[in-house]
Design a protein around this ligand. Structure first.
Ligand code: BJW
Ligand code: ZN
Length: 255
């Protein structure tokens, strides 16, 4: 059972998806203009796709890495980082691979789907900075290989692959134990990550959804902000800072 006492600090989990980085110019996956509108996930974001055509998959990730590297955190990432000053135990749980939260200053970030800044060998697991491979592999006819002969792949989680176990466990424990769970810019369709919203709601946390559109889990939210994250988050953070909630009280005022 999740015990909430007024005399202990409020616990906040901010759970993010591709929509939080949309205003940094990074494409989301689903919806108009999303990556999956032009590319079939089955041919790019699965181990089978990489085995079939490693060069095509590698090149797609390199082009996304270059885009991520050239982009900057936006007002939503910055507002989330700012909220940590008032609520020092605040935890960011992200499905994103872009490291924008860390770049904006968030100090506790769990990456459920890995990150695009690292590559690792699919045979021996050796990790290297993506930057070291991108600049040399540009015009190569094959995807880069490790010294052991294995192929280098982005350090992300593809469909059909397990999420990093300890990371997911910590995220699930925090979702089950928080007072306020803010879901930002996720279509809430990819599991087990989306299940964290269900877990938080079931465990008694107040849930706020920040999303331009309705999602399959919108009905679980106590409060919905149907706006771009870069506009909604700075205002929500102002509100939480001016009038800090206490543990046990209802935090998400219904509208
Ligand atoms: C804005 C905005 C703005 C826009 N402001 N908002 C249970 C049921 C059914 C299926 C499954 C299940 N459990 C597992 C599965 C299978 C599968 C899955 O979930 N499939 C579903 C699609 C049906 N899951 C898996 O395969 C996972 N692995 C697994 O379960 O392993 C089990 C296992 C057991 C034993 C042995 C082995 C394995 C792995 C999932 C990995 C997902 N990987 C990806 C790619 C990462 C690398 C890359 O980037 O290429 O992760 S897929 C992609 O989707 C990416 C994202 O993190 C993830 C979620 O997407 P997200 O972030 O929600 O983005 P969008 O685009 O969907 O939504 C954006 C939202 O923002 C929209 O709602 C917009 O409205 C909004 N928005 N602009 C605010 N400015
Ligand atoms: Zn290797």
């Amino acid at each position: 059972m999740n015990e909430r006492h007024a005399d202990r600090p409020v616990r906040i989990v901010v759970f993010t998806g591709a929509g939080v980085s949309a205003e940094s110019g990074l494409a989301t996956f689903r919806g108009v203009g999303g990556l999956w509108a032009d590319f079939d996930p089955a041919t790019l974001a699965t181990p089978a796709a990489f085995a079939r055509d490693p060069k095509r998959v590698w090149d797609w990730y390199v082009s996304r890495y270059v885009g991520v590297r050239a982009s900057e955190p936006n007002a939503a990432h910055r507002a989330i980082a700012r909220l940590e000053r008032t609520f020092p135990s605040l935890l960011v749980v992200t499905q994103n691979i872009d490291r924008m939260h860390q770049r904006a200053g968030s100090s506790k970030v769990l990456e459920l789907h890995g990150n695009i800044w690292n590559a690792r060998c699919n045979a021996c697991g050796r990790e290297v900075d993506m930057a070291t491979l991108v600049d040399i592999a540009d015009s190569a006819s094959d995807s880069p290989r490790c010294g052991c002969g294995g192929r280098m792949r982005p350090s992300v989680v593809w469909f059909g692959e397990r999420l990093p176990e300890a990371v997911f466990e910590e995220a699930a424990e925090s979702a089950a134990d928080c007072d306020l769970f803010i879901a930002v810019g996720t279509s809430a369709t990819v599991y087990p990550a989306a299940g964290l919203i269900e877990l938080a709601a079931r465990s008694g946390a107040d849930v706020i959804e920040v999303n331009r559109e309705e999602t399959p889990l919108s009905h679980l939210a106590d409060r919905v902000l149907r706006e771009p994250a870069g506009e909604a988050l700075p205002r929500l953070v102002d509100e939480l800072e001016l009038d800090p909630p206490t543990a046990g009280a209802s935090l998400a005022k219904r509208e």
